[in-house]
Design a protein around this ligand. Structure first.
Ligand code: CDP
Length: 267
């Protein structure tokens, strides 16, 4: 057991954070697409020690039927934390917090999706937090958006998300767990990068108007960085390198070259 101890300071005299990051520096991020065999689309994210997997199923028939929407698909998001994802064992029953975060994530993703293309159907997004170390709702949005793209759900664009918080009076991007627990608040946000439309904006703690404007500026910058990582993760899965198995153009070219070589030999 490793009892948590409140750190003496969250910002060092040199202006660095407890894990050595600069205020505007995100944690190391690793995104993977297509991590689940059974799902129609899936993705995982490691953001610092936070580790989350998202699986998308659908569009498919909706049960129970009374939830059916006649003009669009129902986006059903279920965010859950594994019992072992936090230092104290998390009770397995769905908590109020999990239900609220599920709703918040659904509302953040919906503006990017063409759900009207699948009336009466459901698109299920299951999010499992394997390890929680702060910022799980934002990391979950980053992974869920990629999983929806992997499932081929038509979308305006990917949704990146990050929280900007405040500790020792300084604005900090992408809070770790201790900064979240012992800091003065945070502002989780999500955007459609192409238009800078904001699809999620929450606030916990108090911020001045100037701080909020600056937090949003920092958050939008980080979201744009995250968006590049999301696009790279998709490309790694779908765009094959020349010569790699599955590169149809390359294989066609190869066949043509071989055919021509045989012809030349026969001449
Ligand atoms: O994860 P996020 O910041 O989006 O949501 P939060 O409700 O502000 O939770 C902050 C952090 O508290 C989580 O990321 C977890 O690391 C931690 N937490 C926990 O230790 N035990 C819980 N039952 C819930 C959250």
């Amino acid at each position: 057991m490793n009892p948590e101890v409140k750190p003496d300071f969250l910002i060092s005299p040199e202006g660095l954070r407890i894990d050595g990051r600069r205020p505007d520096e995100m944690r190391p991020i690793e995104l993977k697409v297509g991590v689940l065999k059974q799902a129609d689309g899936s993705a995982s994210i490691r953001q610092g020690k936070t580790y989350i997997i998202a699986g998308v199923y659908g569009p498919r028939e909706l049960h129970p039927r009374h939830l059916t929407l006649n003009d669009r698909a129902y986006l059903r998001v279920v965010y859950r934390m594994a019992t072992f994802s936090v230092p104290d064992r998390k009770r397995p029953a769905p908590s109020r917090r999990e239900r609220e975060i599920s709703m918040v994530i659904a509302n953040s993703l919906k503006p990017a999706l063409f759900l009207e293309e699948f009336p009466k159907a459901v698109v299920d997004v299951f999010i499992q937090v394997i390890q929680a170390d702060g910022g799980t709702r934002c990391a979950a949005i980053n992974a869920a958006s990629l999983a929806l793209a992997d499932a081929g759900i038509p979308m305006r664009g990917l949704i990146p998300s990050v929280a900007v918080g405040k500790a020792d009076g300084k604005l900090l991007v992408d809070l770790g767990d201790e900064e979240d627990k012992y800091g003065q608040g945070d502002v989780p946000m999500a955007i459609i990068p192409q238009t800078e439309e904001i699809t999620l904006l929450q606030q916990d703690g108090s911020f001045t108007k100037e701080e909020l404007v600056e937090a949003m500026r920092m958050g939008i910058n980080s979201c744009k960085y995250l968006h590049e990582l999301q696009k790279e993760a998709l490309k790694r899965t779908y765009v094959k390198k020349p010569g790699e198995e599955g590169d149809d153009d390359y294989e066609d070219d190869l066949e043509t070259d071989l055919g021509e070589a045989e012809l030349m030999e026969g001449e």
